[in-house]
Design a protein. Structure first.
Length: 250
């Protein structure tokens, strides 16, 4: 009797297993049909946010995603890689908002300065990534005097004395945070920095060492000169001693 009961129990368990497998197969088939054979998960809205420079249409175009495409057939990592090829895009995060929306959040690079070389302006961000090139200048800081090794839009600019270029970009950041109305040109020559303001005021900063301290001294002197209606001359903060000022021609 015990052997017979064991065989019956075994058959019952086997029968239940077949039922479970059948149910699993049917559910899997149903899920597959819902996911890939119906229009329930077709993308009908692509939302782009946190973008200011690039338009929604440009970012969507770069993504390669089409309205009506099944949301589960797209590869998020591949789409993000496509969008990040745009020089102005620093980072991108894409999420599915089921059933039919795709959310694209971007982090854009911010234009910091234009590096002048061979008559062209190479617009870069704070990391030195080239955003675009132009033969015209807009309202931004100009850095002049660096020798290029190579340049490609969307990649970091390669110049001789790369550390000094980083100092030049730091100087642009200091100028930007100072709310100085004038946008001085930054000249680089033999590892020394000079600011040109209003074409008549020259500020010698020397090397890029202690740049933040030198800039603070410059701002104090600049305010004093402005209070005295002086907008020309040479301010020298390049040496270790006291800063000096001399009018042009003296």
């Amino acid at each position: 009797m015990a052997v017979g009961k064991h065989r019956v129990d075994k058959k019952v368990r086997y029968g239940k297993l077949k039922i479970y497998l059948l149910i699993f197969f049917l559910l899997s088939t149903l899920i597959f049909i819902i996911l890939f054979r119906t229009n329930y998960f077709e993308i009908n809205n692509i939302i782009v946010y946190n973008n200011n420079v690039l338009s929604d249409d440009e970012i969507i175009s770069r993504s390669g995603v089409q309205i009506g495409e099944n949301t589960f057939k797209i590869k998020i990592s591949e789409i993000e890689a496509k969008i990040k090829k745009a020089p102005f895009i620093k980072d991108v995060n894409i999420k599915r908002n089921l059933p039919d929306k795709l959310l694209i959040e971007v982090t854009e690079r911010k234009k910091m300065a234009a590096v002048l070389y061979m008559g062209l302006y190479f617009y870069i961000d704070e990391e030195g990534v080239i955003l675009y090139t132009s033969n015209e200048i807009d309202e931004t800081y100009v850095i002049e005097g660096f020798e290029f090794e190579s340049f490609t839009e969307g990649e970091k600019i390669k110049v001789k004395n790369d550390e000094d270029l980083k100092r030049a970009v730091l100087l642009c950041g200091l100028l930007q945070s100072s709310n100085l109305q004038d946008k001085p040109e930054i000249l680089y020559n033999e590892k020394n920095f000079t600011l040109l303001l209003k074409e008549n005021l020259k500020v010698k900063l020397g090397s890029g060492e202690n740049l933040s301290k030198k800039f603070s001294i410059f701002m104090a002197i600049y305010k004093d000169l402005a209070d005295k209606n002086i907008d020309s001359g040479v301010v020298d903060i390049s040496h270790d001693g006291y800063p000096t000022y001399s009018p042009f021609g003296e």
